[in-house]
Write a protein that binds this ligand. Structure first.
Ligand code: BGC
Length: 746
């Protein structure tokens, strides 16, 4: 029997495929879904497990590291990566070679001797709103994982942005459960099409890095089901990941990796999940996590003890509860191996088509860049620009790369590496350096505007930068915000005096364009003093080129914000970052002995990001969904109907301008049987030539309309009003539908 998550996946996989056709890739890779296995993986897992000794079972449940430790050499058969689980040769069970992460095969401080093709940050991927393209990205990084000898990718980072100061915002896709679930599931589908298991992570609510090892997320079940859990539920249906990685922090009092409610009641019982749950690295404190539902202890040398090794074996031999679990745990891991064909397609080392892969990274960057403001139409720049001052952001060297376990760099490593995030001298220093890749925006601007005189100033001295700006027709200033796993950003201001630099430059040159390369939202006190603001995020392997393409109109921007930029921290549910000043910042997020940090997420509940702003009636700086184009779009005939295929929105979208461009049609629930609210219910992206019009059909997600109740989802009878809007808080054409009461099983 196929699990519920697999059965549900088919429908939306079709709509994702349609998008690929609409937005073709320059170097399209062949579309192939995960190959269906001829023998039921559950039956195979059971048959293999029945033949195993306990020593073989615990071989699969205990994850190792790939580096030598003390006098212990690296495990035999492993190669540098994030983790390793030896195989069982006599039963044909392959070893698991694990690598991070959602943005590509990671750099691991150069330990492998080669790099990987760096996809743009999760936020940039989220900003594409292009399910098919994100699947292509997953297919690309999964193929690189395979070629570098890995068969498990610790990818699928889909935590929702509850706090824009979260240091891992850059790794994740955004703030909305439907958006993150659809895109995250697509990435997993792509990765797993290579016979490489992907995770989704970090299950289930993991909103900040401060105190991450012990902080406790306090949230009611209804709110969690309608937000973070819904993102995971949708990603599971869409991507059918072989593994799930539980988070470091606790939820409602129990650590995520030992949380029976999350790992057993929700995941196994409600969602019928068949793959395995692996812990995050260093997140296991006891053997009893196995009873809660954890299947594999990852990177066990980092934990206090290798609980899921001999201790688990001894427990299984004396306690029926552990005996039962050891069997289940082993079968869950085998299920993922067989379901993804890891045994039939053994991992090995192959070649990477670096040129084709970097085209995928370029396309994602081009589609992920968001034009935030352009009131006077200064952008795109034309061929007549005679002189340009390019300032700041190491634009002469490359584009920023996020820090931590997800860091991807090309074979040559970073162009610039700035040491020093709090414990910059510690064991994780290289992971935490503020690195830049080698895709320099300055070189790309020079290439695209060969006739212009272009000067660069690094921006160290605002007065000097202002002098260069004053002498140029146009100034392009690059502003960066570094984010890394392990540390939050304490506030939303740009660091290192960049706000003052922008203000000084904008004063000197009326034609100033700000290009932001940030992990997530930042405040913009200078917004109305500059001619354009472009959010480029961490734009990946070809980021410099993608930025130049957008600035000069070779590419018409089609990115839309995947998250809301608050005007200031005062607008947030928690204006002060929880734990700031109380928890000593450190990469692993441990506190002082006995330190506690309970954070109340019931303040916003399920109303994360734009939903919080809608509920509070506050205007953010920019709402999710916002993004401008060099052309204009109009819509006609917006309607919503309920039929045999579920709820479908339809509209005709027309390109009313003079350039080709892509529009994201966004449908939000705006009124549910008399209650005003905002919830993203469906979206699609389409490319249109000047004057072209096309009808789109957008499936709407019924759980977005529903309330979580004790017995599952309930859509109340009544009238539901939807808006086809340019962003999550904007007005637009409205359509209504009357629905009968409906229950949807969990
Ligand atoms: C991160 C995970 C990552 C793991 C292995 C942890 O620090 O939280 O996302 O997959 O390390 O590198």
């Amino acid at each position: 029997m196929k699990s519920k998550s697999v059965r549900r996946a088919g429908l939306r996989a079709i709509s994702a495929g349609a998008l690929v056709a609409l937005v073709p890739l320059a170097a399209a890779l062949p579309l192939h879904a995960k190959e269906k296995q001829s023998v039921d993986p559950a039956a195979r897992a059971a048959a293999t497990e029945a033949q195993m000794t306990d020593d073989e079972r615990i071989t699969l449940t205990l994850g190792l590291l790939t580096s030598p430790r003390g006098d212990q050499p690296a495990p035999e058969g492993s190669h540098p990566g994030a983790g390793f689980i030896p195989g069982i040769a006599r039963l044909g069970v392959p070893a698991l070679h694990e690598t991070d992460a959602s943005l590509g095969v990671t750099w691991i401080s150069g330990a492998r001797g080669n790099g990987g093709t760096q996809l743009p940050s999760g936020t940039a991927q989220g900003a594409t709103w292009n399910v098919g393209l994100i699947e292509q990205g997953g297919r690309m990084i999964g193929s690189e994982a395979r070629a570098k000898g890995f068969n498990v990718m610790l990818a699928g980072g889909i935590n929702l942005m509850r706090d824009p100061r979260n240091g891992r915002t850059f790794e994740y896709l955004g703030e909305d459960p439907l958006h993150a679930g659809l895109l995250g599931g697509a990435a997993v589908r792509g990765i797993q099409s290579n016979h490489v298991i992907s995770t989704v992570k970090h299950f289930a609510i993991n909103p900040q890095e401060t105190g991450r090892a012990f902080m406790n997320t306090v949230i009611e079940e209804k709110a969690l089901r309608e937000s973070d859990l819904l993102a995971f539920e949708i990603a599971l249906e869409q991507g059918d990941p072989g593994a799930i990685m539980c988070a470091y922090n606790a939820t409602n009092g129990a650590q995520s990796c030992g949380n029976k409610w999350l790992l057993t009641d929700v995941l196994r019982k409600d969602w019928d999940y068949r793959g395995f749950v692996m812990s995050d690295w260093g997140a296991v404190d006891g053997l009893d996590y196995a009873l809660a539902g954890l299947d594999q202890q990852s990177g066990s040398p980092i934990d206090p003890q290798p609980f899921f090794g001999d201790q688990l074996k001894a427990a299984a031999q004396s306690d029926p509860a552990y005996r039962k679990r050891l069997g289940e745990m082993t079968r869950a891991i085998l299920h993922a191996i067989y379901d993804n064909g890891l045994d039939a397609h053994p991992s090995g080392f192959g070649t990477v088509d670096a040129a084709a892969n970097s085209e995928v990274a370029l396309k994602v960057a081009q589609e992920g860049i968001v034009l935030l403001t352009n009131p006077a139409g200064l952008l795109p720049l034309g061929p007549d620009v005679r002189s340009i001052a390019v300032i700041g952001g190491h634009a002469d060297a490359g584009t920023p790369v996020g820090g931590g376990s997800s860091k991807v760099l090309g074979d040559d490593g970073p162009s610039v590496s700035v040491p020093g995030v709090q414990d910059g001298n510690g064991p994780f220093a290289a992971m935490l350096n503020q690195d830049f890749n080698r895709s320099a925006p300055l070189a790309a601007i020079r290439a695209i505007a060969p006739k212009a005189t272009i000067k660069f100033r690094d921006g160290t001295y605002p007065a000097e930068a202002a002098l260069a700006a004053a002498q140029a027709d146009v100034t392009i200033i690059f502003a960066t915000q570094y984010q890394t796993e392990g540390f939050d950003v304490p506030e939303l201001s740009l660091p290192n005096g960049q706000d003052a630099l922008i203000a000084a430059v904008a004063k000197a040159n009326p034609n100033t364009i700000v290009v932001l390369e940030t992990g997530g939202p930042v405040a913009m006190p200078w917004k109305d003093d500059v001619k354009a603001v472009v959010e480029a995020w961490y734009p990946g392997a070809r980021g410099g080129e993608a930025i130049a393409d957008v600035l000069f109109g070779k590419v018409n921007p089609s990115g839309r914000l995947p998250l809301t930029f608050p005007a200031s921290v005062a607008q947030l549910p928690r204006p002060a970052l929880p734990g700031l000043g109380e928890v000593e910042p450190n990469f692993v997020g441990v506190g002082a002995p006995g330190q506690k940090l309970d954070v109340d997420y019931n303040i916003e509940g399920a109303d994360i990001g734009y939903r919080w702003f809608a509920r509070e009636g506050q205007a953010p700086l920019f709402a999710m969904g916002h993004g401008l184009s060099y052309t204009t779009f109009a819509s006609e005939g917006f309607s919503v109907a309920s039929g045999k295929d579920g709820l479908i929105a339809r509209a005709t979208i027309r390109n009313t301008g003079a350039r080709s461009g892509a529009e994201v049609a966004q449908v939000y629930l705006a009124d549910a049987h008399g209650t005003k609210l905002r919830r993203l219910a469906g979206f699609t992206k389409l490319e249109l030539a000047p004057g072209e019009a096309r009808e789109v059909s957008i499936p709407l997600e019924p759980r977005v309309l529903a309330d979580w109740t004790a017995d599952g989802w309930q859509v109340a009878a009544g009238t539901y009003r939807f808006v086809l809007a340019k962003d999550a808080l904007a007005d637009g054409p409205v359509a209504e539908v009357k629905l009968p009461e409906r229950r949807i099983a969990p």
